[in-house]
Design a protein around this ligand. Sequence first.
Ligand code: DSN
Length: 432
Amino acid sequence: MSTQTTQSIDSAILDSLAAADPQVADIVRAEAERQEYTIELIASENHASPAVTIAAGTCMTNKYAEGYPGRRYYGGCAHHDQVEQLARDRAKELFGCRFANVQPHSGATANAAAFMAIMEPGDTFLSLVLKDGGHLSHGMHLNFSGIFYNPVHYALHYDKDHPQHEQIDYESVRKAAHEHKPKAILCGYSAYSREIDFAKFREIADEVGAVLMADIAHIAGLVAAGEHPSPFPHAHIVTTTTHKSLRGPRGGLIMTNDEDLNKLINRNVFPGVQGGPLMHIITAKAVAFGEALKPEFKAYQQQVKKNAKALASAMTSNGFRITSGGTDNHLMLVDLTVKDEELTGKEAEKWLEDAGLITNKNGIPDDPRSPMITSGLRLGTPATTTRGFKESEMSTIAEWINRVIESKGDDSTIATVRGEVKSLCERFPLHH
Ligand code: DSN
């Protein structure tokens, strides 16, 4: 156990846990160690602050608080009312909207409640298909969204010679909207590195009388800091997670400016899809929103974008291709096929993990390989930026990725890179 880890807040908490349950404490300690000495490049992950982690671990977990502030189904909720109201008020200030529901347990649950607020079962909605960078709750056939609703899709197209074809084509969105007359149009993605034109989406939604829903789970931190255009006032309903670029606890959030829609959202979160809210997580959301309102958070998000651009450019210099031609946000999708046609995302992810570089395999537009194999890798910079990495560390990371991949997973190359990764991590300790 490193000095940094033993002195960390996690470790102080773990000492208490170890006294009560050494078996579980050992597992959590091993995970703290993994996080400390590996580099987290998964675009949807981050390192929450000690304050957020502490808030999530408090006695606020002990309460049933079904209902909303001032209207609960249980007694003893005075402090829970205060904290939930605070979380709502901070979320509204952060995103510049009139109403916020902070109860969704996750982004997928937020989307389920949002769908129920804006559609009837069987209704048609238009979204980006999962394999092109959408999300499973945007119409995947095994998800509630594909089972109870009728998804139709706009698409991205693989074109290494014309990467602009791998970006949202608003004319084809318009064409699909006019053809299918959907009840709702969804924008906001899991593996899309370009800015989203919410105003253009609203224009199309208005032409066909559709509701515009923006799922900003990935870019929420950038939006909150004014580093990506806001979905407000364009989207009727906005959903997000709170744990990705927003750097809060794992959870969901739904927002709107429309009073009637807000009533439907509230009803469909509880009792629609959830029972008792996770009050300890809502407490941690309040803390995270407070952190995101501070000026340091804007500087952090600016560095997230600078780091993503630096990483994309260093990956390109190392012979990889970034789909869509680059990145405007916190992530990029790496097309591995230009480097080596045989190479799969699955292999690359495994070799890199062994070297201490944590990534996820990801389909690229029109990927012929399955989602469990893929031809791409998704890389993101929120977690490395939290750690304090800047542009020069991004160049080093791209060189490591290249060495590991060019060696085709050679054991001694992986071991050498693993050692270098660990040394860099020691220079940038996490603040658990
Ligand atoms: N699973 C998330 C991601 O990695 O993007 C989306 O919810």
